[in-house]
Ligand binder design. Structure first.
Ligand SMILES: NC(=O)c1ccc[n+]([C@@H]2O[C@H](COP(=O)([O-])OP(=O)(O)OC[C@H]3O[C@@H](n4cnc5c(N)ncnc54)[C@H](OP(=O)(O)O)[C@@H]3O)[C@@H](O)[C@H]2O)c1
Length: 353
C-alpha cells in the first residue's frame, strides 16, 4: 500500500471519529490511524461506545508488531488514566510507537496528560494538526468539558412566516415526514432531549428517538427532560411511558431563578453532572426564549416549511429582546433541503459583555 502523509492520516482519523457520534457519550469521539515507519497505514480505529476500546487500542490491535517505530495519528490527546479501559499513552509506549501526532489536547483533567507521559518515555509528540477540523467534529464534547455544562441545540419547526401552530392551536404536522425523520436522527446524536411542561401539556410528545416508518426505537435513547417548575407533568403523560429514562426537573429539585421558575443554568450544570454532553431543546417557544435570553443556546436548527399561517403562536417567545439593536445575531452555517422543507443551521454570535 502507498504511504500517506500525516495530514492525510489525520483527515482519515477525523472521518473515523465521526462514526462514533451519538454512541460514545459521556466520552468524546476519537479516531486513530497508525502508520508504520514507511508511512503505510497499518491500523485504523475509532471509539465506538463508552466502555469499549479506545481508538488507539483498536488501531494498535490491527497493526500488531508493525506499530513499532511508527506514527500514531489521533484526533484527541491519548488518555493517561485507567477508567473502564487502561491508559492509551501506556499502550502506545508498549507498542513501540516512536511518534504521536495529536489534533486537540484533552481538556478533561481526569484523562489528560497523555502527551507528557509519551514525551517522558521518549516518544515524539506533535500537537495541533488539523486541530480546527477535529474541534468541529467533537464540538459538543469539547465545549461541555471546557465549561462544565452541555452543548445545547435548540430545534424548532415553523412555517415560512415563523408560526409554530395555527390560530386554533393545531400544529401537527407543520413540517414534512422527511423533516421529522431528520429530527429523530438528531435526537439519536444527543444525550438528552428537553421540553417545557407547556409542550408536554399541549402535545403530549414521546420525545424518544424512533424510526418513524416502522416505529422501532433507536438502541440508545436520550434522557427525556421536562422542565416543569411545579411538577405539573401528568402521571399518564407519554414522556412517563417507560420507553426511555425521564427526568421531570422541578424548581424544588434544581433550584429556582428570580422568577420562581427552574434555574436553567443550574439545570444544565446538573445535566452535565449526570453525564449529558449534548442536549437538544425541543421547545416550546417560552422555554426556548428563556434559554436564548440566558445565552445558553450553542446552536439552532430550524426546520422551515413552505407554508403560511398568518396567525397563531410564533416559534419563539420573549428572548429578552425589546429593540432591534439587541436582536440575537446568528451566523448561518448550513442550509439543506429536507423533503419540501428547509433545514437551517445557525450559531448565535457571542454578545459583547
Ligand atoms: N414548532 C415547534 O418547534 C414547537 C416545539 C415545541 C412546542 N411547540 C408548541 O409550543 C406550544 C407550547 O408552548 P409553551 O411556550 O407553553 O411551551 P414550553 O416552552 O414547552 O413550556 C413553557 C413552560 O416551561 C416551564 N418552565 C420551567 N422553567 C422555565 C424557565 N426558566 N423559563 C421559561 N419556562 C420555564 C414554564 O411552566 P412552569 O413555570 O409551570 O414550569 C412554562 O410555562 C405548544 O402548542 C406546542 O405545540 C412548538
Amino acid at each position: 500500500m502507498a504511504s500517506v502523509s500525516v495530514d492525510e492520516a489525520m483527515r482519515r482519523a477525523i472521518d473515523l471519529a465521526a462514526r462514533g457520534l451519538g454512541t460514545t457519550s459521556p466520552n468524546p469521539v476519537v479516531g486513530c490511524v497508525l502508520l508504520d515507519a514507511d508511512g503505510e497505514v497499518v491500523g485504523e480505529g475509532f471509539h465506538a461506545y463508552a466502555g469499549g476500546p479506545h481508538a488507539e487500542i483498536v488501531a494498535l490491535a490491527q497493526a500488531g508488531t508493525r506499530a513499532r517505530g511508527g506514527t500514531a495519528v489521533v484526533t484527541l490527546e491519548p488518555c493517561d488514566h485507567t477508567g473502564r479501559t487502561g491508559p492509551c499513552s501506556h499502550a502506545l509506549i508498549a507498542a513501540g510507537v516512536s511518534r504521536v501526532v495529536i489534533a486537540v489536547p484533552d481538556p478533561n483533567p481526569v484523562a489528560s496528560g497523555g502527551a507528557a507521559t509519551l514525551r517522558a518515555a521518549g516518544v515524539q509528540v506533535a500537537l495541533g494538526v488539523r486541530a480546527q477540523e477535529a474541534e468541529v467534529g467533537n464540538v459538543a464534547w469539547l465545549t461541555s468539558m471546557r465549561r462544565g455544562w452541555p452543548y445545547l441545540i435548540w430545534k424548532y419547526a415553523a412555517t415560512l412566516d415563523g408560526r409554530s401552530a395555527a390560530a386554533d392551536g393545531t400544529s401537527m404536522w407543520i413540517t414534512s415526514e422527511a423533516a421529522r425523520i431528520d429530527v429523530h436522527a438528531l435526537r439519536g446524536t444527543v444525550d438528552a432531549v428537553l421540553a417545557g411542561v407547556g409542550t408536554v401539556l399541549a402535545d403530549d410528545p414521546r420525545l424518544t428517538a424512533r424510526n418513524l416508518r416502522d416505529g422501532t426505537m433507536a438502541i440508545r435513547q436520550p434522557l427525556r427532560v421536562v422542565v416543569d417548575s411545579s411538577g405539573r407533568t401528568p402521571a399518564d403523560a407519554r414522556v412517563r411511558d417507560g420507553a426511555a429514562r425521564t427526568w421531570v426537573a422541578t424548581a424544588a429539585e434544581v433550584g429556582a431563578g428570580p422568577d420562581g421558575r427552574v434555574d436553567l443554568a443550574a439545570l444544565l450544570a446538573e445535566l452535565h453532572h449526570r453525564g449529558v454532553r449534548a442536549a437538544l431543546l425541543e421547545g416550546g417557544p417560552t422555554l426556548a426564549g428563556a434559554f436564548l435570553a440566558a445565552g445558553l443556546v450553542d446552536k439552532i436548527v430550524g426546520y422551515v416549511a413552505p407554508k403560511l399561517l398568518g396567525a397563531g403562536p410564533t416559534a419563539l417567545l420573549d428572548a429578552g429582546v425589546t429593540t432591534i439593536a439587541d436582536a440575537i445575531d446568528l451566523e448561518i452555517t448550513d442550509v439543506t433541503r429536507v423533503g419540501p422543507d428547509l433545514r437551517i443551521t445557525a450559531l448565535p454570535r457571542k454578545r459583547e459583555a
